[in-house]
Design a protein around this ligand. Structure first.
Ligand SMILES: Nc1ncnc2c1ncn2[C@@H]1O[C@H](COP(=O)(O)OP(=O)(O)OP(=O)(O)O)[C@@H](O)[C@H]1O
Ligand SMILES: [Mg+2]
Length: 689
């Protein structure tokens, strides 16, 4: 151990980080030179919570072992003054005092067997009373006949080894009350547990992939140094890593080589520790707050917000920033402090911020898209929406009405938009405009939807080769009649969108998501913030509101669609004052249900649709209810066959519904028969699959 050390803060703990590079000793408490130096450093830094030895690997003492060590050193510091001793006891005392400074196990063994003379017994007893209470004493006493002295060091002072290139920290399990769940992700163990006095469950990762021998770790370190001399080329990363490992250790067997290549790749070109989180299908969001050296938080599907045991250093955050800059081809530095990008293969959207927007350092939020796209049926099954509301949405889409989906952050807007798209009859062309692709475009396409995706640059990005949302929108309008979908309405493009809607240039439906809470908020944002004229805003036919709901004392948040509201056409300046909104469905919190409004027959929008379709209001309601009943039947049948909740069946069922309507051929649809025929087909379908 060299004399160099620094204090580093990781999470809420302070570590003495000792530089052991170039030292001939082995960074071990069992080494007398190391121990003397270490004891001094601990005394000089009484506030330290633990110690890290930095060699070609990092060695971190277990927290409990550090406490044992501190307790021992405290006892050494409290040694009483020695009185005049007999010659023999004088020698014994010298040995004790010397040994205590450099060899804790050896000195305890010596003390256990110590026999003083009668005259000096009192003094030695006072020393013994200092140590007999300590944990090291008990551990040495308990194990001394089973193990050799150097083995005792390993039993008492346990440590964890991390490769030197690892720039994150994993905390050990602390104050566990109850394990909630355990599973494996890419070879690493995940345990979620409740901990004492912690408001969140702890998401604990144990990285088995880094349990390599010291020889292998040294090899990896060399490989990292070699990597620095190679061109950083993402496409060839695996080949580069293979070449280096091959050159450095040609003698290794194929399996070991593969393991080392993967580790080298993941911690150089890949996403490092974060990859475990990115690959966990149970996580929805991952939060890394600036300036680093803090816990990473995640949002888990079952346990909601969890604190992980992962702490990333600012070095690790810098590595991630470089990786995302390369991945996106977008700048991310002081002049461009916001980054929006996506990791396609892992279906993850990244939002990064750095100085000067943050006070210091870099932070990231990762939003993972549901690998299985949501459908209205799935939303009915998990109570996000009632069957009646799903029937209404399906009816409004079929009637080519424009809708905006609103809600606070993470309330499910984009998920709802994706599910709504699955309801669009396949004869329509869909054009989506997004800066980071989140909508299930590929899946919709695979299921027969005619969908064109226009990728645009983020509104926060000042320069890039991608087109702006507004340009994309203008192009989309030139493409002719289509369902126009704006992933998120937030910038300049809003004006063009609403203008297009107002003059009916888009032909069919326009859809988008927008942050807000109520239809009034949406109006306020669009008209007052985005400067769209109120008359143009009225081109929106309905606003669907999403919100996280809490029931009773339960702290769990449940996502719900809490309203479907019509935007009426005959008002001029303020929809609130002029009664410009008409709730089509109203949420009843005590029953947790979204019901058709009692006065639904008075809806101008439904009356208008009825008139255009040449049907009565009764038929409008029958059509909505028939759609609701069909969806309810699908959800019921899905209890035995989960596939029925998927996107593929959602598209198939819409096609079937339209086919059955067409088959009836009459001007007036017999809805009862329609539902009967659909249920028959569903039964048959379920029997076949
Ligand atoms: N009903 C639901 N039940 C459980 N999870 C849901 C539900 N709806 C959406 N989610 C999940 O919630 C997360 C956030 O959803 P989504 O991205 O749709 O929200 P958003 O409102 O668009 O967020 P943002 O404001 O960031 O754009 C996603 O992981 C999604 O899969
Ligand atoms: Mg969204």
């Amino acid at each position: 151990m060299t004399d160099e050390h620094k204090i580093v803060k990781i999470g809420d703990k302070k570590y003495i980080s000792v530089n052991c590079q170039g030292c001939a000793n082995n960074a071990s408490l069992g080494n007398i030179t190391c121990f003397r130096k270490l004891a001094q450093k601990i005394r000089e830094n009484p506030e330290a919570d633990n110690i890290i030895f930095n060699r070609s690997y990092k060695k971190i003492l277990n927290e409990d072992s550090f406490r044992i060590l501190k307790e021992y050193l405290d006892s050494v510091s409290a040694l009483p003054e020695a009185p005049n001793l007999c010659d023999q006891c004088f020698e014994k005392n010298s040995i004790i005092r010397f040994k205590l400074q450099e060899d804790p196990v050896g000195s305890i063994l010596y003390l256990i067997d110590l026999v003083p003379c009668n005259d000096d017994e009192k003094y030695f007893k006072s020393i013994l009373s200092l140590f007999e209470k300590t944990r090291i004493w008990n551990l040495v006493k308990k194990n001394k006949d089973k193990y050799k002295e150097n083995e005792l060091y390993h039993i008492i002072f346990r440590d964890r080894i991390l490769p030197g290139f690892v720039t994150f920290f994993l905390e050990p399990i602390r104050n566990k009350v109850k394990t909630l769940v355990e599973y494996k992700i890419s070879g690493s163990d995940v345990e979620i547990y409740e901990a004492k006095e912690r408001p969140y469950p702890i998401y604990h990762v144990e990285l088995n992939e880094l349990n390599l021998s010291r020889k292998e770790l040294a090899l990896l370190n060399k490989a990292f140094i070699r990597l620095g001399k190679e061109d950083f080329n993402l496409d060839r990363s695996k080949i580069i890593c293979e070449k280096i490992i091959d050159e450095l250790a040609p003698e290794l067997d194929a399996e070991k080589k593969k393991e080392l290549v993967e580790t080298l790749n993941r911690y150089s070109f890949g996403y490092g520790i974060i990859e475990v989180l990115l690959r966990d299908p149970n996580l929805q969001d991952i939060y890394i707050d600036s300036p680093g050296d803090r816990h990473v938080y995640v949002y888990h599907t079952d346990f909601e917000e969890c604190q992980t045991n992962i702490i990333l250093s600012s070095e690790e955050l810098e590595k991630l920033s470089t990786r995302f800059r390369m991945l996106s081809g977008r700048p991310f530095d002081e002049s461009y402090p916001v980054l929006h990008a996506d990791i396609k293969d892992l279906k993850v959207r990244i939002a990064g911020v750095t100085e000067p927007i943050t006070f210091s350092g870099t932070g990231f939020v990762f939003r993972k898209h549901n690998v299985q796209p949501w459908t209205l049926q799935q939303f009915i099954a998990n109570k996000m929406i009632s069957a009646e509301a799903a029937g209404m949405i399906s009816f409004l889409i079929d009637s080519q009405k424009s809708m905006l989906i609103t809600g606070p952050r993470g309330s499910g807007k984009t998920s709802v938009l994706g599910a709504v798209l699955a309801e669009v009859p396949q004869k329509f062309r869909i054009i989506t405009i997004e800066d980071t692709p989140e909508l299930p475009i590929d899946e919709l396409r695979e299921n027969g939807h005619n969908i064109q995706h226009l990728r645009v640059k983020s509104t926060l990005q000042r320069e890039s080769f991608e087109v702006t949302a507004e340009e994309a929108l203008r192009n989309a309008l030139r493409l002719g009649e289509s369902v126009l979908v704006l992933g998120e309405v937030r910038g300049e493009e809003a004006k063009s969108l609403f203008e297009a809607m107002r003059i009916g240039a888009t032909g069919n439906v326009v859809m988008g998501t927008i942050h807000g809470s109520t239809p009034y908020d949406v109006w306020d944002r669009i008209v007052n913030d985005l400067k769209v004229p109120s008359t143009s805003f009225k081109a929106t036919d309905v606003v669907i509101s999403c919100a996280p709901m809490r029931f009773g004392e339960n702290i769990k948040r449940n996502r719900r669609i809490t309203g479907i509201t019509e935007v009426k056409k005959y008002w001029t300046t303020d929809p609130h004052k002029e009664n410009g909104f008409f709730p089509l469905l109203v949420y009843n919190k005590s029953k947790d249900r979204l019901d058709l409004a009692a006065n639904i027959r008075k809806s101008p929008l439904l009356a208008d649709i009825a008139e255009k379709k040449g049907i009565s209001m009764n038929d409008v309601l029958k059509s909505i209810k028939a759609r609701a009943e069909i969806k309810k039947a699908i959800v019921e049948a899905s209890k035995k066959n989960k596939k029925l909740l998927g996107l593929k069946f959602a598209s198939e069922s819409i096609n079937k519904f339209l086919e059955l309507v067409k088959l009836q051929g009459k001007r007036k649809t017999d809805y009862a028969k329609l539902v009967r025929d659909f249920k028959k087909w569903l039964k048959e379908y379920n029997r076949r699959c």
